[in-house]
Design a binder for this molecule. Structure first.
Ligand code: NAD
Length: 427
């Protein structure tokens, strides 16, 4: 049994803390957010995540959460940093949370402990940003005073199949000993392979590669959706067709925008790193541009349908379904819904918003009230509550147009009721 401190109790840190406790380790959670600490100490999840909520209930007080680093860091054999790595207003990497948390840890961590950074960072961050902070506290990392490694997190909150325990990992350390120690630790808690890479940089780059791959593929399919739409081709049918190829095709789906703390942010980390060493990541930038434009495209689809009905967007009563950036979670970080709502408001529409997972930001009580107040709908999040709604209600509430930003509704049924339907690459 080891003593472990997880720094940052969010979507990444909480499942990890639960897994470590489940495997019999003594676990501390350290966070600067007092409300999160209080909730974890009451065995309640501060985020909407069934996995975390269930585990915290069953683990009952096995995780001790604290805002005091002195209580947990000096007694820990392993410290794992899972703090946010957003971008700033100019889309430049904001490493403040990593620097602050490592600085706090460096003051209390004991010699010989394993320090793992799980937060997503650009290649070079540990060597260029983290090590200087540790060296200030006189740690000689090359001599293994501390074993420092990176093990990027791959968790997909809400994914029931690929839980934290089942996801393979890669690790890379500053020294061979650090790589080995990190790999041994993760092998002890995971039911999945752990691949040791030759450097910490390669581990950092692996995560950036995975997430930019996804952003680029989504941008590609978003572009195809817009051109197929003009050609009168349903993109979902084409993706289904292409997916019958048993190799070299991987389906990605178009939508009204890419949000969340990872896919919409991480490419900027590599774009900036490239810029620093004189490389222009044209492909990554273009993907970001295409994906960032999808909320505009979504509103344009509505405007086109309104034109056909000889109606103006100014004063139109538009119901927006969903605020969360993806289905069945309450995570709103970088959600394209905000951009859709902003554009609609800027164009003078009367906007009603409902998200059953984000009640506090909804301006109507429920779906019925939204349908009652709206003439036109824009679906931004494919929550189960929207996918399973009784479509007859659309007719009952005299909805005239549905823009399906996630291609998740039954288009034939909606059209059969005399309601205009337009998805992303499908009409
Ligand atoms: N959310 C995901 O699906 C996901 C998946 C894989 C990787 N990641 C990466 O993992 C990292 C964490 O993401 P997240 O979604 O868990 O973020 P989050 O915002 O949900 O949680 C981060 C936590 O860190 C805390 N924190 C901030 N500064 C701190 C400090 N100085 N000391 C201690 N705690 C501090 C915050 O209060 C918060 O509770 C990011 O780098 C992200 O890119 C996220």
């Amino acid at each position: 049994m080891k003593t472990i401190t997880i720094v940052g109790l969010g979507y990444v840190g909480l499942p990890l803390a639960c897994l470590c406790a489940e495997k019999g380790h003594k676990v501390y959670g350290f966070d600067v957010d007092k409300s999160k600490i209080d909730s974890v100490n009451k065995n309640e999840s501060p985020i909407e995540d069934e996995y975390v909520a269930g585990k915290l209930r069953s683990l009952k007080n096995k995780i001790r959460a604290t805002t005091d680093p002195k209580e947990c860091i000096p007694v820990s054999d392993v410290v794992i940093v899972c703090v946010p790595t957003p971008v700033d207003r100019n889309n430049s990497p904001d490493l403040t949370a990593v620097m602050n948390s490592v600085s706090t840890v460096s003051k209390f961590i004991r010699q010989g402990a394993l320090l793992v950074i799980e937060s997503t960072i650009y290649p070079g961050t540990i060597e260029e940003v983290v090590l200087p902070i540790l060296q200030k506290e006189k740690f000689n990392i090359q001599k293994n005073d501390l074993l420092v490694a990176h093990c990027p997190e791959r968790i997909d909150p809400g994914n029931k199949k690929w839980t934290i325990e089942m996801l393979p990992r890669v690790v890379g350390g500053i020294t061979k000993e650090a790589t080995q120690a990190a790999a041994d630790f993760y092998r002890g808690i995971l039911n999945a392979n752990v691949l040791e890479l030759s450097s910490v940089k390669a581990a950092e780059a692996t995560k950036i590669m995975e997430n930019t791959f996804r952003d680029i593929n989504i941008a590609f399919v978003n572009e195809m959706a817009q051109s197929f739409d003009k050609a009168g081709i349903d993109i979902l049918e084409v993706i289904k067709g292409a997916s019958t190829k048993p190799f070299a095709f991987m389906p990605h789906y178009p939508g009204s925008g890419v949000g969340g703390h990872c896919i919409s942010q991480d490419p900027y980390y590599m774009i900036e790193k490239g810029r620093q060493f004189g490389f222009n990541h044209e492909f990554l930038k273009l993907a970001r541009e295409i994906n960032n434009n999808m909320p505009h495209y979504t509103v344009e689809l509505l405007e086109n349908e309104l034109k056909k009905l000889k109606k103006a967007i100014k004063g139109a009563k538009v119901g927006v379904l969903g605020i969360a950036y993806k289905a069945n979670v309450d995570d709103v970080r970088e959600s394209p819904a905000y951009e859709v709502i902003n554009i609609l408001k800027t164009r003078g529409a009367d906007v009603f918003v409902f998200d059953p997972h984000v009640q506090k930001e909804s301006n109507v009580r429920d779906l019925d009230e939204l349908l009652n107040k709206s003439d036109y709908l824009v679906l931004v999040t494919d929550h189960k509550e929207f996918k399973s709604m009784d479509l007859e209600k659309l007719k009952k509430h005299k909805i005239l147009v549905v823009i399906d930003g996630r291609n998740c509704l039954d288009k034939e049924k909606i059209k059969s009721m005399g309601i205009a339907y337009h998805g992303i690459g499908r009409s």
